[in-house]
Write a protein that binds this ligand. Structure first.
Ligand code: HEC
Ligand code: HEC
Ligand code: HEC
Ligand code: HEC
Ligand code: HEC
Ligand code: HEC
Ligand code: HEC
Length: 275
């Protein structure tokens, strides 16, 4: 947030500025600046490059003005991950706080809360991307949770107004699993033959936002499984996994598509998670 040269909506040089000045700058010098800005912006959660959606004509009014009408939301906001973005001081909470996600709110406040006068990230998550710039690309990958399509929302998995932004806590992976299972009931246990990997969380194998791999998998092949199930090399060209010789198996397909371990989430009939 604090990278001083990251362009923002208000300070980004305009096209005409560049036309007027670019010629004066030696190319090499320009390249160096661009490179260093890119590095310092990339290493920060920043507001550069992606414009947050905003209601036309509205200006920032500050988070305090929301309290009178939205007490239930503001009451717990101090405990929210994003409340840490609010700084003390005169201008500290003007364009951060409530309006960092909801956009400038003067029109909304003056109209007494008329409909469609304020940004709601449930309708348009681009206000999240204004800071979390890398996520726009994740939600455009060929395999993704259909958030941009409106079938799913950030708020199905993340909390905005109170507590940890990771629903039920960042370290409480089991609770995040619960969130997944609310929609994906087929993966819910209990299974007679559990796969212990499930205890590590769905995200050990699935990317929650988007992936180049089918089924949001974090790896497309046996590496997904070999991260935990070490392969022992016993003799030239022989591969042993879990004390069983897998040498000829691995060429047939992935561990889960070759007819061997199709019940990766757990099985009611097979201890080797076959079906
Ligand atoms: C004068 C009263 C008033 C003030 C001040 C006010 N709101 Fe609202 N707001 C409302 C009303 C009324 C609604 C519509 C009914 C509802 O959803 O509660 C609303 C709805 C909303 C919605 C949902 C809109 C939608 O289309 O989904 C958001 C988000 C919101 N307000 C945010 C804010 C924020 C942020 C502030 C402070 C900058 C703020 N409000 C200040 C009265 C107010
Ligand atoms: C991290 C982004 C973020 C911040 C910061 C944020 N909100 Fe929200 N807000 C959301 C999202 C996402 C939704 C829609 C999903 C939901 O209801 O949780 C929402 C919905 C709302 C709504 C309409 C639904 C409801 O619960 O009544 C109101 C009103 C609201 N926010 C007010 C506020 C106020 C007031 C603040 C500051 C104290 C604030 N928001 C800060 C992201 C944010
Ligand atoms: C004004 C910039 C800004 C906006 C807008 C914003 N975020 Fe964030 N968000 C941050 C920063 C900075 C952090 C890191 C906070 C910290 O770790 O103290 C963060 C943290 C998070 C985390 C927790 C990450 C972790 O590793 O624990 C989640 C989840 C998250 N944001 C989701 C959202 C969602 C969903 C929205 C839109 C509804 C949103 N953010 C809008 C700046 C923003
Ligand atoms: C299906 C549930 C789900 C949805 C929908 C979802 N997230 Fe996430 N998100 C997660 C999980 C789970 C993690 C933790 C990933 C991990 O621990 O590896 C995460 C991590 C994050 C992080 C921190 C890691 C990072 O890459 O910066 C941010 C920020 C975030 N999400 C923002 C968002 C935003 C913004 C949206 C909506 C556009 C969104 N998420 C939609 C489940 C979800
Ligand atoms: C609010 C409901 C909801 C939640 C919560 C949710 N998902 Fe999804 N998930 C969906 C939808 C909708 C799709 C898209 C299904 C489709 O296109 O047919 C999907 C797709 C998937 C797919 C790809 C399935 C396929 O056949 O290609 C995987 C894997 C997945 N989700 C895992 C998860 C994980 C892991 C979590 C928790 C971090 C989670 N989901 C949370 C609704 C949800
Ligand atoms: C050990 C790795 C692993 C873990 C942990 C895991 N999955 Fe999967 N998941 C897979 C693999 C591999 C596939 C692909 C199966 C296939 O294509 O037949 C898959 C497929 C899916 C699908 C698509 C369903 C289908 O029939 O194609 C959904 C939905 C899903 N997983 C949800 C979850 C949820 C929810 C969790 C956590 C409760 C979870 N997964 C945990 C490996 C895992
Ligand atoms: C997060 C770590 C982890 C990942 C990733 C993982 N597993 Fe496992 N798996 C375990 C643990 C722990 C056990 C139980 C102890 C054991 O048998 O090694 C287990 C047990 C198994 C078993 C039962 C062994 C037996 O006969 O009792 C099979 C089969 C299996 N895993 C297959 C897979 C497949 C296929 C994948 C990839 C889709 C995979 N595992 C990914 C951790 C993991």
């Amino acid at each position: 947030m604090s990278a001083p040269f990251c362009p923002t909506e208000s300070t980004a040089p305009t096209a005409s500025w560049w036309r007027r000045h670019a010629g004066k700058l030696a190319l090499l010098f320009l390249g160096a600046i661009v490179a260093s800005v890119a590095v310092s912006c990339a290493s920060n959660v920043n507001r550069g490059f992606v414009l947050a959606p905003a209601i036309p004509g509205a200006t920032y009014v500050g988070s305090e003005s929301c309290e009178q009408c939205h007490e239930s939301v503001t009451k717990h906001f101090a405990s929210a991950t994003h409340a840490r973005l609010m700084a003390r001081g005169a201008n500290g909470s003007v364009d951060v706080g409530c309006e960092s996600c909801h956009g400038p709110a003067s029109v909304h406040v003056e109209s007494g809360g008329a409909s469609r006068t304020i940004v709601n990230p449930n309708r348009d998550p681009s206000s999240c991307f204004a800071c979390h710039t890398h996520l726009r690309a994740q939600f455009a990958l060929p395999n993704r949770h259909p958030v941009m399509e409106g079938r799913l929302r950030c708020s199905d998995c993340h909390e905005s107004h109170r507590g940890d932004a990771m629903k039920a806590g960042g370290t409480a992976l089991l609770s995040m699993n619960d969130a997944c299972i609310e929609c994906h009931k087929a993966q819910r246990g209990p299974h007679i033959f559990e796969h212990e990997a499930m205890r590590e969380g769905c995200v050990t194998c699935h990317h929650p936002h988007g992936s180049v791999n089918q089924k949001l998998l974090t790896e497309r092949n046996a590496i997904l499984c070999l991260k935990c199930h070490f392969q022992q090399q016993s003799g030239p060209g022989r591969v042993v996994i879990g004390a069983i010789d897998h040498t000829s198996f691995l060429s047939r397909g992935t561990c889960w598509s070759a007819g061997c371990h199709e019940a990766v989430h757990g099985s009611q009939v097979s201890s080797s998670l076959r079906f």
